[in-house]
Design a protein around this ligand. Structure first.
Ligand code: ADP
Ligand code: MG
Length: 306
C-alpha cells in the first residue's frame, strides 16, 4: 500500500550500527508498530537501484527464520527499511544478562541461523556477511530470526568499501587475508561468524575480548588457533564438535550448510522442544527486568500480515 515518511512517528531508538540506526516507529494510518532501519545514502541513482533490488530480494523472502521486511522509503538523503519489530537481539540480551546463554537455546539459535542462511543462499543467491549476535533477534514467543540480510553488506559495498562489509570481530580468516590463488569467499565465511557468535553466547564473553583494536583482533584470527568452547565448562560433545567445525580456519575444510544440517547437534535441536520465549522472559526476570513485549499491538500487527 502507498504510504510516506510523514505517516511514520518516532517512538524510540533501538540501537546504532555501523551503517545507520534502528528506530521503533508507529505507522500512524494503521497503528502498526515496526522497526525502521535508517541509513544515510550518498545519492547516486545506481546505488538506489541496487538498494531497491536488494530490498526486493528480502521482500520476496518467506522463511520463518528471517525478519520480515515490510518495504522501504528512499528520500534524498536516507534509506529507511521497515521491518517486523522483534523484542531484542542476542547482543543486547547478553549485555543485560551478563550470563551465558544455555546450550539448548543455542541449539535453536543454530538451527534458525543455518536455516535462514541456507534459504537465502539457495533461493536468492545471497550470502549474509554480517552474522553476529546483534543480527540475531528474538521475541517473547520464542521466535529466533536473522536480520540485516545482504542489505548491510551490499550497502557498504555500494559505498566502494566491500572489504569492510561486516564486523571485523566476526570476520573469517579468508576475508581478512584472501588467498591470492582463490580470493573469493563464500557461505563458509558466514559459517565462521556463526561459530564466533556461538562461542561468545555460550561463554558470555567475546573470544577476542583482550584485544584493544580491530587490527589486533584480525591479527589474532589469522595468527592463532581458532577459539573453542572451554574445557572447564559443561557442553555436550555434539555442541563442541559443531562449533569446532564452524571454526575451521581453512575454509576448504569448513563445512557448508548441507553438511551442517546433518550434524548431530542440528538434528537434535530440529526436533527438541525448547521454550526459548520462556527462557527469555525468566532470564530477564532474574536480572529484574520485564520483557518488553507488546502483545496487543503485535497480535494486531500479525493479523494484518495474513
Ligand atoms: P548492529 O546490528 O550493527 O548492532 P543495527 O543498526 O543493524 O546495528 O541495529 C541496531 C540495533 O537495533 C540492534 O542491536 C538490534 O538490537 C536492534 N534491532 C534491529 N532490527 C530490529 C528489529 N527488527 N526489531 C527489534 N530490534 C531491532
Ligand atoms: Mg544489525
Amino acid at each position: 500500500f502507498k504510504t510516506s515518511v510523514q505517516d511514520m512517528e518516532h517512538i524510540e531508538e533501538l540501537g546504532n550500527g555501523t551503517c545507520g540506526h534502528v528506530v521503533k516507529m508507529q505507522h500512524k494510518p494503521s497503528g502498526k508498530i515496526i522497526a525502521v532501519k535508517q541509513m544515510r545514502r550518498s545519492g547516486n541513482s545506481d546505488e538506489t537501484k541496487r538498494i531497491i533490488m536488494d530490498i526486493e530480494v528480502v521482500l520476496k523472502s518467506d522463511c520463518k527464520f528471517i525478519v520480515k521486511c515490510l518495504g522501504c522509503f528512499i528520500t534524498e538523503s536516507e534509506v529507511w527499511i521497515c521491518m517486523e519489530l522483534m523484542d531484542t537481539c542476542f547482543d543486547k540480551l547478553l549485555k543485560r544478562l551478563k550470563h551465558p546463554v544455555p546450550e539448548d537455546v543455542l541449539g535453536k539459535v543454530s538451527v534458525a541461523t543455518i536455516e535462514a542462511l541456507s534459504y537465502l543462499k539457495d533461493y536468492h543467491k545471497v550470502i549474509h556477511r554480517d552474522v553476529k549476535p546483534s543480527n540475531i533477534l528474538l521475541d517473547t514467543k520464542g521466535n529466533v530470526k536473522l536480520c540485516d540480510f545482504g542489505i548491510s553488506g551490499r550497502l557498504v559495498d555500494s559505498m566502494a568499501n566491500s572489504r569492510n562489509a561486516g564486523c571485523a570481530a566476526y570476520m573469517a580468516p579468508e576475508r581478512i587475508e584472501p588467498d591470492p590463488q582463490n580470493p573469493d569467499y563464500d557461505v563458509r565465511a558466514d559459517v565462521w561468524s556463526l561459530g564466533i557468535t556461538l562461542v561468545e553466547l555460550a561463554t558470555g564473553v567475546f573470544p577476542y575480548q583482550d584485544c584493544k583494536t580491530d587490527f589486533e583482533v584480525l591479527t589474532k584470527v589469522i595468527g592463532t588457533d581458532p577459539p573453542s568452547l572451554p574445557h572447564d565448562q559443561h557442553f555436550s560433545p555434539e555442541f563442541r564438535d559443531f562449533v569446532a567445525g564452524c571454526l575451521t580456519k581453512d575454509k576448504m575444510q569448513r563445512p557448508k550448510y548441507t553438511k551442517l544440517k546433518n550434524h548431530a547437534f542440528i538434528k537434535r535441536y530440529q526436533l527438541a522442544e525448547v521454550n526459548v520465549g520462556d527462557w527469555y522472559v525468566r532470564a530477564l526476570q532474574r536480572v529484574g527486568d520485564r520483557a518488553t513485549s507488546r502483545h496487543p499491538v503485535r497480535q494486531f500487527f500479525s493479523m494484518q500480515q495474513k
